[in-house]
Design a protein around this ligand. Structure first.
Ligand SMILES: NC(=O)C1=CN([C@@H]2O[C@H](COP(=O)(O)OP(=O)(O)OC[C@H]3O[C@@H](n4cnc5c(N)ncnc54)[C@H](OP(=O)(O)O)[C@@H]3O)[C@@H](O)[C@H]2O)C=CC1
Ligand SMILES: CC(C)(CO)C(=O)C(=O)O
Length: 308
């Protein structure tokens, strides 16, 4: 089977993840990547510039309505509350052969995207292991992490998977294409439910979770509620999956902070609905108590309200 070459990539969401991966693609070939954004955002990026690890990046920007070719690949890197708008914004750039990946945390974004643009365009994906810190249009990171992706229906050797592997190999973006992407997504979900929320409530950077501390225990308590729920979805997470994600956390910069803690500090809305909110909803459906996430939910909502 000949592998399709991805020659043009459109990224929606020039934030921590979007900035990191768009820069790597730009290094491969300056013409390969374009950022989809509305005019006010484009003006903001043009006025303040976009800086990644001390280097100013000049990206090419496009808006819905611009006459440009369909994308070979669209990468969605907005926060969950911005997803519906982002889906509308990418629609004009989706042609018959366009592949779409969402790097959003949580386990729900792909379903929403598929409902609007069709599941034939999608691969399931997430990003893990990076320690990106963003302040406005200034981004820094020491670990780029990796993109984990797969074809939920057709395993890890489908034409879509092979095309994406080829792009990431050429651009030096670390990746993994596991056999079972659904299980992998749940392991990431469990990690985020634990560390994003515990770090936000405790205002703690990764260093606090890299040893046997009360912070780490709190993180594990929240993560175990995901482990319990996973049994109802045929995913069957195990204690070893918690041990594995702790190993990833141990590799991150001790001063680095989760995206959720960065949101609270910058007085932005958090993604608590796709973490504790989702856990509570699944718990109710299956009559499984989720007291840690119920408590986290109320505290984080309180923090959001008192921030702004
Ligand atoms: N940061 C991290 O280390 C990691 C994050 N993730 C997940 O990845 C997702 C993205 O996170 P992150 O990169 O931190 O998010 P950021 O908040 O850093 O970036 C999101 C960007 O999207 C922009 N945006 C929102 N809506 C639109 C739109 N319609 N068109 C164009 N741009 C838009 C925002 O602009 P504006 O600010 O102007 O609203 C913002 O710059 C989240 O789900 C997060 O949980 C996953 C792994 C690690
Ligand atoms: C895994 C982690 C904590 C950083 O890679 C993340 O997903 C986030 O900050 O949202």
């Amino acid at each position: 089977m000949s592998v399709k070459t991805i020659n043009n990539v459109y990224v929606v969401g020039l934030g921590a993840l979007g900035g990191m991966y768009a820069s790597k693609l730009q290094d491969l070939n300056p013409g390969i990547v374009k950022i989809i954004a509305d005019l006010p955002r484009i003006e903001k990026y043009r006025n303040s510039g976009f800086n990644v690890n001390g280097t100013a990046r000049a990206f090419e920007y496009i808006s819905p309505g611009d006459q440009v070719p369909f994308a070979d690949l669209i990468v969605i890197t907005v926060k969950f509350h911005a997803l519906s708008q982002a889906i509308q914004d990418i629609k004009p750039f989706v042609g018959p052969g366009t592949l779409v990946i969402s790097l959003l945390n949580g386990i729900g974004s792909e379903e929403l995207i598929a409902a609007e643009i069709g599941s034939e365009h999608l691969l399931h994906a997430y990003a893990v292991g990076m320690d990106a810190m963003r302040e406005g249009t200034t981004l820094s990171y020491s670990k780029i992490g990796r993109i984990v992706f797969g074809d939920k229906e057709n395993g890890n050797t489908s034409a879509k998977v092979l095309a994406l592997k080829d792009l990431f190999e050429r651009s030096g973006i670390p990746f993994l294409a596991p056999d079972n992407i659904e299980r992998a997504l749940w392991t990431k979900f469990m990690m985020n439910v634990g560390i994003n929320q515990a770090s936000t409530i405790l205002k703690a950077s990764y260093g606090e979770f890299q040893h046997h501390t009360p912070a780490r225990e709190l993180m594990i308590m929240a993560a175990r509620e995901v482990l319990n729920l996973s049994q109802f979805y045929g995913v069957n997470l195990k204690e070893e999956d918690i041990t594995d994600f702790i190993k990833i956390i141990e590799t991150l910069s001790a001063d680095g902070k989760t995206s959720m803690l960065q949101d609270i500090e910058a007085e932005r809305k958090t993604e608590v609905e796709i973490f504790a909110g989702a856990v509570i909803a699944m718990g109710k459906l299956h009559q499984i108590p989720t007291p840690v996430n119920e408590t986290f939910y109320q505290i984080i909502k309180f923090m959001e309200l008192s921030a702004g």
